[in-house]
Design a protein around this ligand. Structure first.
Ligand code: ADP
Length: 332
């Protein structure tokens, strides 16, 4: 694979181009496996150059299958997908040439140093020898692994190895980077470090990122827009802020001892929208909008029901997901 003719200097960021052709364009994309499982059912989305776009959903939602199709590893059953204009089925080599992917499983060679891994990948991708050393230095700096480059990967922590994986994917200067569950399996502190490294990268490199995650905080923190995926379909697609705004500033969560339907009716009778309330087992989550928590608790009390585990908090994407699908993302 030849070096891209329009290779950009790194790490200088180009101005964002909101009206430019989409970096990723997906239309009616579907995958039915030979087993008959309809993993992806006619999804559509466009990702603008420079955007960070998240596919958020529980295990089994179809995220990895989608990434597999976009990275030419899985043949779609129907529909089309283009990366920077290149059709993933009709022009798979061109589509691969403008993109890179970081899988959940490590692909770096543990017996080699970080630098040797990056050099190997650079050679495979036809990165010119003259540019490779400086590119590696810049990437290692951006991802905070400069000090580790001459050690064998065997001695890296999980988070360090994941950062090396990302550096490896970036050696070829992809226009689109796919990250499949980038922080899965990492302990919380390392997860935060990696999220910080990805966010920092974004400030330094003009690149489109499509990531999958089942972590809500990750989607909220990293993504410009999020598609919520449920059973192979996109059930909502917007900025995290817009997805959250429908639920207002505050939600009340409480456990009801007794009939939740009676509690909902009591809330509705006091002008607190029962239609918006979410019920999981005995737990109600109620967007408060202009009501106070005390109004809601008093309404339930007057209906003769006891409540416990009462708390108020800002709504999360989990609430959005729950409302859209009736299933709890964290538990799914
Ligand atoms: P996610 O990445 O959101 O966890 P996947 O795309 O891995 O979801 O899986 C979506 C659905 O497709 C699941 O029901 C899964 O069991 C099924 N699936 C995934 N890969 C295969 C395969 N190679 N063959 C058959 N079914 C598969």
């Amino acid at each position: 694979m030849a070096t891209r003719a329009n290779a950009r200097s790194f790490p200088a960021a180009l101005p964002r181009q909101p009206d430019a052709a989409p970096a990723v364009e997906v239309s009616g994309l579907s995958k039915t496996y030979a087993s008959g499982v309809e993993a992806v059912r006619g999804i559509d989305f466009r990702v603008a150059p420079g955007e960070v776009f998240g596919l958020l959903g529980p295990n089994g939602a179809g995220k990895s299958t989608t990434i597999g199709m976009l990275t030419t590893a899985i043949l779609p059953t129907r529909g089309t997908a283009r990366l920077v204009g290149f059709d993933v089925v009709e022009q798979p080599l061109r589509a691969r040439g403008v993109s890179s992917v970081v899988f959940q499983e490590a692909v770096v060679d543990r017996g080699l140093t970080g630098r040797a891994n990056l050099e190997l990948h650079g050679h495979l991708w036809g990165v010119s020898a003259s540019g490779l050393a400086s590119r590696i230095a810049q990437l290692a700096g951006a991802l905070g692994i400069a000090e580790l480059l001459d050690r064998t990967v065997d001695g890296y922590s999980g988070g360090q190895r994941r950062r090396l994986e990302i550096a490896r994917a970036l050696v070829s200067e992809p226009r689109v980077l796919f990250l499949d569950e980038p922080t899965v399996g990492l302990d919380p502190r390392i997860r935060v470090e990696l999220l910080d490294a990805i966010a920092g990268l974004r400030e330094r490199v003009e690149m489109t990122i499509v990531l999958t995650t089942h972590y809500l905080d990750e989607a909220e923190r990293l993504c410009d827009r999020v598609a919520i995926v449920h059973l192979g379909e996109i059930v909502a697609l917007d900025t995290p802020r817009a997805l959250l705004s429908g639920l207002g500033e505050e939600v009340l969560a409480l456990r009801v001892h007794g009939d939740t339907a009676v509690a909902l009716a009591a809330l509705g009778a006091h002008g607190i929208s029962a239609a918006e309330a979410l019920v999981v087992g005995q737990t109600l989550t109620v967007p408060l909008h202009d009501s106070s928590p005390a109004d809601a608790i008093a309404a339930i009390d007057r209906a003769g029901l006891a409540a416990s585990a009462i708390s108020t908090r800002a709504p999360t994407l989990d609430d959005v997901y729950l409302r859209l699908t009736g299933a709890e993302l964290a538990a799914a």
